[in-house]
Design a protein around this ligand. Structure first.
Ligand SMILES: Cc1cc2nc3c(=O)[nH]c(=O)nc-3n(C[C@H](O)[C@H](O)[C@H](O)COP(=O)(O)OP(=O)(O)OC[C@H]3O[C@@H](n4cnc5c(N)ncnc54)[C@H](O)[C@@H]3O)c2cc1C
Length: 797
């Protein structure tokens, strides 16, 4: 208590110090005045945004907010004040090595907070949605942290879990969850990426010692791009050709320790860095060479096949193709992670671009009239709203994919593979398109890294390549559809799997004159999407069969019919996504939420039918094509009043959106230039309760306990009077204009305040000490208030 009292007095004395006047800031009134979208958009939201968020997030909303809070609270997440708000985002001015170390430190912090508890040791169906929710939240902060965790848990952990057996689970799952083991996944080689079957690493078995011998026989066999290998990983799941008694049994996975607990590289292993990348530099991708590395026989992950001590190879899966497919099981989890995170990046981009478009004006229509808000231009609406609709559609599809993954069985593995491949490719392609449009919609500001949207393009570009190259994945989708088509025709039983039941019905007929009502009808929309899919499947099957009849191999035939295959896999994907939208909508009672979702659903469907394939293959007449186009424009206008609500429903805290989404005039003012010069070297937080309550436990922000008051009534008196004096002087200074003040309305930049608030009406103080040039200086940020009055004051002393 004495210490707290002393600190309050010191702070109060500081308030009396004469400080040099701050540099004059330009009044914004004469030029532009920023008006927050919440103030300028008319009235209340037409629907309940919390309900909408619940629907699109689908699960674990509270847990997500808890994790957002953990990040906002820690200095490790690089909080920065811009325009009076605190934003968290990685510091991309750091070197690659610094980014990697900080990513690891952030993971250790999250580990300490219990974020990963149960990820590998609880029953998968009970934990997997929570894992997905947390990875979504983490990717909103930074792709690197998501991928570094994803590789460790989904790829390395997934390999142990799905390709290993009890002995492997006992040895490595808990150790992985605790990060005593740091895992990586070594599949790709310099010479072979998409073509995993072609990898050249060779493993033989030495029955004299009961060991496998793993070797990199040539440069193209070096493991490449292995996330975690360059700096941190201690263990690797190594994929290799397994040669037994002179026979190549195909690709199998082995556990190899590559570093000891002190980080030293193990004998007979060489590791090099992949170097700087266009994004994702917080992940230490590395290359690995194995020089006849010996591992015990038990290190073969033997769920798919085993080798006996005397060197006999056995497998319950006799078909080598099926055995190979089973060995690829861990990739499904990684693909799920990529798919879902692509959706969240689109949300970040759109939330920033739309909030900016609601505050940025350009050109007056008439002299002396105010300039027009970007989002009031129909062309701007046309650029952004179809992408909002697409993002909503992807959210529902992502939730469906998560459920499919959670309830997967051996029987549903084919569906899981096809749907996850098509969604992964579609979502990540959509994400890049959305980020590009959002970047351009933000003009030059979109180029600034701190505004996030442009930078995310570099960060997420890799999504179309790793966890299965998109083009290759889409080829697999069309091949699977072809196989299903041939199987159904052979069995003569009707289509059922992969959502192809519509193939059993009559071919849908599109009316010759499409009215607005028809275009907005979900039956028409489904018909239009099914028509394209069934026709393309028929054409693809016909052309592939024709090539085969002329003597081409199956692979040659697919290669020759690639264009139809690409159109078909996109048609499958968009129809499957649309189906999930309809199902989500069907869960809602009539009302405003359902109405706005209906418009978004129609916009998504019509946007798909605007695709050139509809005219190319003649599913829509030119007139109907024009009607679709007109209807899309009309719907964009209808969504304009809901723009803010639609992106607020994404549930992304302000702190993760970047300055452009808020007061970008303030964020670029002269005073912000001054504030930026301040380099903090020491930082501490504490808070004081004005009205201590028994239930509240006072804590310093940095975690050390505030001395607990044994008798709050008595001993709080000196504190109260000290605080009262402090506030009095504070207000005096405020009135002299020596302070910048800002009312805080939004989550994100008030974490310290909220800590104070937990104990009732309170005061939170953050103090930074450091140097500006050679001059020692310190800065205090004070948060105080109650539920209806909140204020933040910053001052550089
Ligand atoms: C940042 C990053 C992290 C990674 N992390 C890991 C990791 O942790 N572990 C791991 O094992 N791997 C990892 N990878 C590797 C990744 O999985 C591969 O890059 C990916 O599988 C593609 O392989 P590739 O780069 O060799 O491209 P390629 O397979 O050579 O493909 C190059 C191009 O050719 C096209 N192409 C290839 N074959 C065909 C075909 N039959 N028909 C038509 N077009 C074709 C592809 O579409 C692509 O456009 C990572 C990669 C990156 C970039």
């Amino acid at each position: 208590m004495d210490r707290a009292f002393q600190r309050t007095k010191i702070l109060t004395n500081h308030l009396l110090l004469q400080s040099s006047d701050p540099p004059p800031s330009l009044s914004s009134n004469a030029c532009l005045s920023y008006s927050a979208p919440e103030d300028s958009e008319s009235g209340n939201y037409a629907f309940d945004i919390e309900e909408m968020r619940g629907l699109i997030d689908g699960h674990h909303v509270k847990e997500r907010d808890w994790l957002f809070g953990l990040m906002m609270r820690s200095e490790l997440f690089n909080p920065k004040v811009r325009g009076g708000k605190v934003f968290v985002s990685p510091d991309y001015e750091q070197s690659m090595e610094q980014q990697r170390e900080l990513t690891m430190k952030r993971i250790e912090y999250l580990q300490g907070e219990g974020v990963f508890k149960g990820w590998l040791t609880e029953k998968e169906e009970e934990i997997v949605l929570r894992i997905c929710a947390f990875l979504e939240v983490l990717s909103i902060f930074d792709h690197s942290i998501n991928i570094k965790i994803g590789v460790h848990f989904f790829l390395w952990g997934g390999a142990i879990k799905h390709l290993g057996t009890k002995h492997h689970h006992d040895e490595w799952l808990r150790a992985t969850e605790n990060y005593t083991v740091k895992g990586c996944f070594a599949m790709t080689e310099l010479g072979h990426g998409s073509n995993v079957r072609g990898i050249e690493t060779v493993t033989t078995y030495d029955s004299n010692t009961g060991e496998f011998v793993i070797n990199t026989p040539c440069e193209s066999a070096q493991k490449y791009w292995i996330g975690g290998a360059a700096n941190h990983a201690t263990h690797a799941a190594v994929f290799s050709q397994l040669h037994i008694n002179g026979t190549n049994q195909g690709v199998h996975a082995f556990v190899v320790q590559i570093r000891d607990a002190d980080g030293n590289i193990c004998p007979n292993i060489r590791i090099a860095d992949c170097g700087h990348k266009i994004g994702l530099n917080g992940v230490d991708n590395g290359r690995i060479w194995f020089d006849n590395v010996r591992v015990p026989r038990e290190n073969l992950l033997n769920a798919v096949a085993n080798v006996s001590p005397d060197g006999q190879y056995t497998s319950p899966i006799k078909n080598p193709d099926q055995r190979f497919a089973a060995s690829m099981a861990p990739l499904t989890g990684g693909r799920l992670n990529v798919s879902v995170n692509a959706v969240y990046q689109s949300k970040v981009g759109l939330a920033i671009a739309i909030r900016y478009a609601l505050t940025r004006r350009a050109f007056s229509l008439k002299r002396n009239e105010p300039e027009v808000l970007l989002l009031d231009y129909p062309s701007h609406q046309r650029r952004l709203f179809p992408l909002v609709a697409k993002t909503y559609a992807m959210s529902f599809a992502a939730n469906y994919l998560k459920m499919l993954y959670r309830t997967r069985t051996p029987e549903s593995m084919k569906t899981m593979h096809v749907v996850s491949s098509s969604f992964k490719a579609t979502f990540s392609w959509n994400n890049m398109q959305i980020l590009q449009v959002c970047r351009e919609a933000c003009g030059g500001q979109g180029l600034k890294t701190e505004n996030r949207v442009g930078h995310l393009k570099g960060e997420f570009d890799v999504q179309s390549t790793f966890e299965g190259d998109n083009t290759i994945l889409m080829q697999q989708v069309s091949k699977a559809l072809f196989a299903e088509y041939i199987a159904v025709r052979r069995r003569n039983k009707g289509f059922k799997a992969l959502g192809l039941g519509h193939m059993n019905k009559n071919r849908p007929v599109i009316p010759s004159q499409l009215t607005s009502t028809a275009l907005r009808c979900s039956e028409f929309q489904m018909d239009a999407l099914c028509l394209r899919e069934r026709d393309l499947l028929n054409r693809f099957a016909f052309d592939v069969s024709k090539c085969r009849a002329k003597g081409a191999s199956a692979e040659q035939a697919f290669i020759m019919c690639y264009q139809l295959g690409e159109d078909l896999s996109r048609a499958f994907s968009e129809r499957a996504i649309f189906q999930t939208f309809l199902e989500a909508e069907a869960t809602l009672p009539a009302g405003s939420l359902k109405d706005v979702l209906g418009t978004l659903r129609s916009l998504y469907a019509l946007n798909c039918t605007e695709d050139s394939s509809y005219i190319r293959y003649g599913y829509l007449s030119v007139d109907n094509g024009a009607s679709v186009r007109r209807e899309i424009t009309r719907m964009c206008g209808e969504l304009r009043p809901h723009a803010l609500a639609l992106v607020t429903s994404f549930g992304i805290p302000d702190a993760f959106l970047g300055p452009l989404a808020f007061n970008w005039v303030d964020a670029n003012s002269w005073s912000s230039v001054e504030a930026k010069k301040f380099k903090s070297s020491i930082c501490s937080y504490f808070f004081l309760n004005f009205l201590p309550q028994n239930k509240s436990s006072s804590r310093f922000h940095n975690g050390s306990s505030f001395p607990k008051n044994p008798d709050s009534n008595q001993s709080s008196t000196p504190i109260l009077s000290a605080v009262a004096t402090f506030i009095q002087r504070l207000f005096k200074l405020l009135s002299t204009g020596a302070f910048r003040e800002q009312c805080i309305r939004r989550r994100g930049d008030e974490e310290a305040y909220r800590r104070a608030q937990r104990g009732g009406t309170g005061l939170a103080v953050r103090v930074d000490m450091g140097f500006v040039g050679n001059k020692f200086t310190w800065r205090s940020d004070l948060y105080f208030g109650s539920d209806d009055y909140r204020i933040k004051v910053s001052k550089i002393w």
